[in-house]
Design a protein around this ligand. Structure first.
Ligand code: ADP
Ligand code: MG
Length: 643
């Protein structure tokens, strides 16, 4: 089962999870919470009605006709036959609620089954089922319900059927749409390949993923269905006398509206209260459960990472190299905890240089790189301290338009997975055109020609034709070439590449590395290359910074570090790289796990996994030790180890 899609439901039903659960999200929405409270109160009243000390709802007493509310023994008065309105309202609410909810359940079940079958099997099944649904939808909605009741004969049960039938298309259409997109997803293919039958796939793979959609559709239609039931009863086609439901009470009271207004007003108010509370709640449920809204649309991250004043100060001296990063600190504030993802790395990049950033997954490489251009999501990210100096300005402190001018212009970014960063609905040529025109005043035609030229530059075979392809029509290597072409579109000074070859196979990786290296030399640009593979570092980097738990633990020229690693962690990382002439024996691995960034140790952060650890290592923070002008390491034994 696809975990990411099933999770919302699991969380909805109360599994513990550190992020905000949909229920919390729902209760944070005041209107929805108010709706929920009113609805719960009404439901409880309706449930306990049989045990309340009430008059019989159908007991007539002509001597007590049309008593006003507040009369003795009749709190809400009586109607034209002397029946107690309080009793009738409560019993009527029971009826209206149960008919509305039953109709919703019937419509949801039948509609969802039709939708799932049509969406999953497609072709003829889809055609037949959906054309049937279209026929139902071709009739005006309420007229169809009236026609159905006219055929079946008046009565509550028939009204229920009529309302269920006219609502089936809503469910069928919604569910079919979701199922069609799910059917082509990899996890369904995987289930098919594992030998599961269609029935099991529908139940275990598809259904859990469409359930949120069904719940959302139900929550937004149940109020409407109660209203329709009331409508049919109002016209005399639903509940038959003497049975009370809200619609028929309203219908009976209508004729007395001038003499005894309370007879019609009270059921009218009840309908209003009920439908209003259900709709408010339904909207809240939709907001909390809808995958698109839940993905953060309700709490949209800012266009730029939040930055503390300490990190916004302008540089005083002349910055080192092309780009200088000084004591950068980025944190995530989540559920009252502080996750220190980036803990003060300090480094610079020379013009034309390739600096490698290497470390295990989770060591803070991506967050460091994204902090440079303010790309870390806020909330929860916040840059607490540090400077990112470029052209004598601190990028963390410049205005939004200035930063936007740099992004994708002089400072370009290549992401790990080009399939998720390229827009699926535009041709790659159009996306390149967009990248070009964001920074330069070019006509569409000129930009298109330039786009094709850029694709040729990254050695895209048959570039003019490929420019008209969509991302899904290209192979992984070609897509990454497109991303590189986009990053290079405006002749950047610095290219930040975040594991650009991790998703590719080794031969394509080699091509891409060669390409990046050649382009860097041609354009005299700098490259900040993030990877977890020393083999890659060796191929294209001049210097490398080794990151661990958000800190740089060693930095220096690549040959020197490969020949004489000074930090035990670096040595272990180098030991993890298999070589072609490697013969048998176990590959080295690093035992243990990196420390949790929400609870970092005081001293050396690698201490728990180091085989040379002493008490001194854990006592106090370890400073970077300068081994020579270009080579530094954060280990008290650095000199001994490297010697
Ligand atoms: P990597 O070195 O693999 O690129 P990252 O820089 O992505 O690692 O992550 C560093 C740390 O920051 C990790 O512990 C990760 O859990 C945390 N982190 C990254 N992004 C977020 C986020 N949006 N919210 C909370 N924590 C995050
Ligand atoms: Mg990363």
């Amino acid at each position: 089962m696809n975990i990411s899609n099933a999770l919302p439901l699991a969380r909805w039903f109360g599994h513990r999870h550190s992020r905000t659960s949909p229920l919390q999200l729902l209760l944070r929405n005041r209107l929805a919470a108010a709706g929920l409270i009113v609805l719960i109160a009404v439901c409880i009243l309706a449930l306990i009605t049989p045990w309340l000390p009430l008059h019989h709802p159908n007991q007539t007493a002509l001597g007590n006709r049309l008593l006003p509310p507040g009369s003795d023994g009749h709190l809400l008065g009586t109607d034209h036959l002397g029946r107690d309105i309080l009793a009738r309202i409560l019993w009527g609410t029971r009826v209206s609620l149960s008919v509305g909810i039953s109709a919703t359940l019937v419509a949801a079940t039948v509609g969802s089954i039709l939708g799932i079958l049509a969406g999953y099997f497609g072709r003829h099944v889809d055609n037949i089922l959906m054309r049937g649904i279209d026929m139902v939808m071709a009739f005006p909605y309420i007229l169809l319900a009236l026609a159905i009741v006219a055929v079946l004969g008046p009565g509550l049960l028939n009204a229920l059927y009529a309302i269920a039938i006219v609502n089936i298309p809503f469910f069928a259409r919604n569910v079919r749409g979701v199922t069609v997109t799910l059917r082509n997803r990899e996890f369904v293919d995987a289930a098919l390949l594992s030998g599961k039958g269609h029935a099991r796939i529908l139940l275990t793979e598809i259904l859990p993923n469409v359930l949120p959609v069904i719940v959302i559709t139900m929550s937004t239609t149940v109020g409407w269905m109660i209203l329709e039931t009331a409508g049919l009863s109002f016209l005399g086609l639903g509940a038959q006398p003497p049975q009370a439901d809200l619609g028929s009470m309203l219908g009976e009271g209508r004729r007395l509206i001038s003499t005894a207004p309370h007879v019609a007003t009270i059921p009218g108010l009840m309908i209003f209260l009920l439908v209003m509370s259900i709709n408010l709640l339904g909207d809240g449920v939709r907001d909390a459960l809808d995958p698109r809204l839940k993905a953060g649309a309700l709490r949209r991250p800012a266009a730029r990472t939040r930055t503390a004043p300490a990190a916004r100060q302008q540089p005083t001296g002349e910055p080192k190299g092309l780009l200088e990063v000084d004591n950068l600190r980025t944190e995530f504030h989540l559920d009252g905890q502080v996750h220190q993802a980036v803990n003060g790395p300090t480094f610079h990049i020379e013009p034309g240089e390739c600096l490698g950033i290497i470390g295990e997954s989770g060591s803070g490489k991506s967050v460091t790189a994204m902090s440079l251009l303010g790309l870390v999501a806020s909330p929860p990210g916040i840059i607490q301290n540090g400077q990112v100096n470029y052209q004598r300005q601190n990028l963390l402190g410049v205005s939004d338009p200035v930063l936007r001018g740099y992004r994708g212009g002089e400072l370009a970014y290549i992401f790990q997975d080009p399939l998720s960063t390229l827009h699926p609905l535009f041709t790659v040529g159009d996306q390149l055109v967009e990248a070009l025109r964001a920074h330069r005043p070019l006509s569409y035609r000129a930009a298109w020609q330039e786009a094709v030229r850029r694709l040729e530059e990254v050695r895209m075979p048959n570039a003019a034709r490929r420019a008209k392809s969509y991302p899904h029509q290209l192979s992984g290597g070609m897509r990454q070439r497109v991303s590189i072409a986009m990053a290079l579109a405006n002749d950047p000074q610095l290219i930040i590449a975040d594991e650009p070859t991790t998703a590719l196979d080794v031969t394509v990786q080699a091509q891409i590395l060669k390409l990046l290296n050649r382009l860097r030399e041609q354009k005299q640009a700098s490259l900040m290359f993030i990877t977890h593979d020393f083999g890659v570092v060796k191929q294209i980097c001049h210097r490398v910074a080794v990151m661990y738990a958000g800190e740089i633990v060693e930095i220096g020229p690549v040959e020197e570090i490969l020949a004489r690693p000074a930090h035990p962690y670096t040595r272990r990382l180098i030991g993890c790289v298999p070589s072609v002439d490697y013969e048998g024996g176990r590959l080295a691995e690093i035992p243990g796990l990196p420390p949790q960034v929400s609870n970092l140790p005081v001293g050396c952060k690698f201490a728990d996994r180091c085989d040379q650890v002493t008490d001194q290592c854990r006592a106090a923070p370890i400073e970077l030790d300068t081994l020579n002008e270009r080579h530094q390491a954060r280990c008290i034994f650095a000199r001994e180890v490297s010697a």
